[in-house]
Design a protein around this ligand. Structure first.
Ligand code: PLP
Length: 340
């Protein structure tokens, strides 16, 4: 979908009385007075928390449904509403489904949410609470996606996919805009970003490109990505110097939010990481749990998947000792109470 993207005037947004990502309306595919006003739950506008001298965490668990997915889903659902759609189908490992269900409820749109059978009970309850129909699918995440797509075809419904629909990234890019504004017109040297399907990563990369082309930054920050070692197709392809990603077998990881064995956007993710001079590593199951506990000991309670992000930082500063002298931001993608 084409629309006119205007450059964000950060001197204006810094004064904005709109306490949500909608302060960046100039760069979003909606008008000032539009359907989003009926649907918004105040998503975005999340704090940056100091973890150590040069390390900041962006607390995405402050979101209405407790994960960063709200940035993308609000855009998708608002657009569905604008197009007059009354029923959507989505598939998810949990958090995207929760988010679509919440905004769907706001918009009066019936949602069918497909999730793997193994999804955390708490996320399932959250989805059902909003009145969405939950379809628990046996097998892996890819089986879930296939079941959702089959329903899309059979019923000719709107596929509110955070993976295939590029509108989702228009929302996730605001993650970077907010950091730029919070740091008063600069970006950190590096962004640690978890990758399953890459919706945060691709959104961040789009924001980097927009800020470059408007001259608001002169250099792209590095994307330092992370996957769970037990399911790391992109990190494998990166290490092998490939430009496309072969599916792997998910050996079973506690990081359910990034357990994507066959990412549909693999090539784009590799390209974004390489274009920023970045890197991608895989972290162990043990280090994920350890990092989650360490964050909790600092007052920060995240869902298990998010332990991987801090584990990655600790591994990256071993790999690149100079990184500990540089400003780095990592996301607290999901709230602790989402995990069983
Ligand atoms: C969705 C999600 C991710 C990863 O996002 P992708 O878009 O799949 O790369 C990471 N952590 C949590 C908690 C998530 O919900």
């Amino acid at each position: 979908m084409e629309y006119e993207k205007k450059q964000v005037d950060f001197s204006k947004t810094a004064q904005s009385q709109e306490w949500s990502l909608w302060k960046y309306i100039d760069s979003l595919p909606f008008e000032e007075d539009d359907v989003w006003r009926e649907i918004t739950l105040g998503e975005g506008n999340t704090p940056l928390i100091k973890i150590s001298e040069n390390l900041l965490a962006k607390a995405e668990y402050y979101m209405p449904t407790l994960s960063f997915k709200d940035r993308g889903s609000v855009i998708l659902v608002a657009m569905a509403k604008k197009l007059g759609i009354d029923r959507v189908v989505a598939d998810s490992s949990g958090n995207a489904g929760t988010s679509i269900a919440a905004f769907g409820a706001r918009a009066g749109i019936q949602c069918d949410i497909f999730v793997p059978e193994s999804t955390s009970e708490k996320k399932l309850k959250q989805i059902a609470a909003h009145g969405a129909t939950v379809h628990k699918i046996p097998g892996n995440r890819e089986d879930t996606a296939r079941a959702a797509m089959a329903m899309v075809e059979e019923t000719n419904s709107f596929y509110a996919s955070h993976i295939y629909n590029p509108l989702f990234w228009e929302g996730t890019k605001t993650y970077v805009y907010e950091i730029y504004e919070q740091l008063k017109g600069i970006l950190p040297e590096a962004f640690i970003i978890p990758v399953g399907n890459g919706t945060l990563l691709i959104g961040a990369y789009i924001a980097f490109q927009e800020l470059m082309s408007s001259g608001q930054i002169q250099e792209m920050p590095k994307i330092l990505a992370v996957q769970a070692g037990a399911c790391a197709p992109i990190s494998k392809a990166f290490e092998e110097g490939k430009t496309t990603v072969e599916p792997v077998e998910n050996k079973g990881t506690i990081a359910e939010g990034i357990a994507i064995a066959a990412p549909a956007r693999g090539s784009e993710i590799l390209e974004a990481i390489r274009a920023t001079g970045g890197d991608i590593i895989a972290v162990s199951e043990e280090s994920i749990l350890q990092a989650r506990n360490e964050l909790a000991s600092k007052g920060v309670y995240v869902e298990i998947t998010t332990g991987a992000n801090y584990a990655a930082y600790l591994q990256y500063i071993e790999k690149y000792p100079e990184l500990s002298e540089q400003k780095v931001v990592f996301p607290l993608c999901g709230a602790g109470i989402k995990s069983n």
